[in-house]
Design a protein around this ligand. Sequence first.
Ligand code: AQP
Length: 341
Amino acid sequence: MSKYSLGKQRVLSGVQPTGNLHLGNYLGAIRNWVASQSQYDNFFCVVDLHAITVPHNPATLAADTYSIAALYLACGIDLEYSTIFVQSHISAHSELAWLLNCITPLNWLERMIQFKEKALKQGENVSVGLLDYPVLMAADILLYDADQVPVGEDQKQHIELTRDIAIRINDQFGSKKKTVLKLPEPLIRKEGARVMSLTDGTRKMSKSDPSELSRINLLDSPEEIKKKIKRCKTDAVKGLEFDNPERPECNNLLTLYTLLSGKNKEEVAQECQDMGWGQFKPLLTETTIEALKPIQQKYQEVMEEKGYLESVLREGRQQAEAVANQTLSRVKAALGYSVPL
Ligand code: AQP
C-alpha cells in the first residue's frame, strides 16, 4: 500500500546541489520540512536541473547531488512520511517546464528579483536557463499538485509566479468544473525565514557568497565553526538585543542562537541582554557545534552504508514519477496533445 493513502495535503520542496548546505538552508527550509512532515504527504527533491543555471562543475555534480540527499536523511527526513528523489531522474520536470514556458509571458520572468541579482553577478554569461529558473520551479511544484511549499523568504516571489502560471493555464485550458493545475501556497515560517551572512547582517547567507567566512555549513568541523564565529561581524554597542535595525548582525546572531538552542526569543533576550560579544561568541559556538553534531554523525552513517542512498533514491524516483507523469498527461491533454500511439 502507498504511504500516501490518508488524504493529507501535499508538500513539495527542494534544494540545489550547488555547494554545501548552510544554516540558512537548514533553518529556513529543511528544519521546517522535518518539523511538519508527519502532517503532510511530502516530496523532497534535489533540484539538480536548477544547479546548471549558473556555471557548474560536471565532475562533482553527481556527488554533490547524493550528498544533499544524504543530508536530507541526516537532518531527519523520515521515509515513512516523505519521498526523496533527484529532479533530473524524472523527465516530466523538463517536459512540463517547456509547456509552461510557452504560456508564461517573458516580462513576468524579467521581474524576478533573484534573476536580477544573479544576472548582475554573471555579467555577459547569463544563460537563458537562469531567466527560466522560476518556470522550471513552477513545473517542480505543479507536477505534484502541491498544496504547500515550505521555503525561505527569498523564494516567495517564485511561488507567487507559480500560482500566476497555474491560474493562466486554468483560465486558458481548464473550465470552472475542471481545473488543470492546483494552486500552491508558500509555507514560510517567520523564524529563520531569512538567515543573514556572518560578514554582513544586511545580506542573506548564501552558497554563492565568495567568502567562506560568511556562512556556516552543516558539515563544517568544530574548528571551522569556531573560526567563523570568532571572525564574524559584530558592533561596539554594549548588551545584546533583537530587532534593532541599527544592529542587523546582533539580531542575526541572537536569532541563530535562539533557533539552534531551542530556547524561545524572550528567554534569549533576557539571557543575553547584559552580555558582551566576548561572552556570547563562545556560547553561540558551543551551541552550533552541539546542534550540528547529530546531523554530521547521521550523515557519515548514511554515506558509509553502501547502496542505501541509491535504494532510497530509486524508490523515491518510482513514487514521484508515478505522480508526476499523471499530472503531465493531464496538462498535455488540456493543451490538446494527442495520446502516444
Ligand atoms: N539565508 C537564507 N535564509 C533562509 N532560507 C534560505 N534559503 C536559502 N538561503 C536562505 C532557503 O533554502 C532553500 C534552498 O535554497 P536553494 O539551494 O534552492 O537555493 P538558494 O535560495 O539559491 O540558496 P542560496 O544558498 O541562497 O544559494 P545562492 O547563493 O545560489 O543564492 C530555499 O527554500 C531557500 O528559500
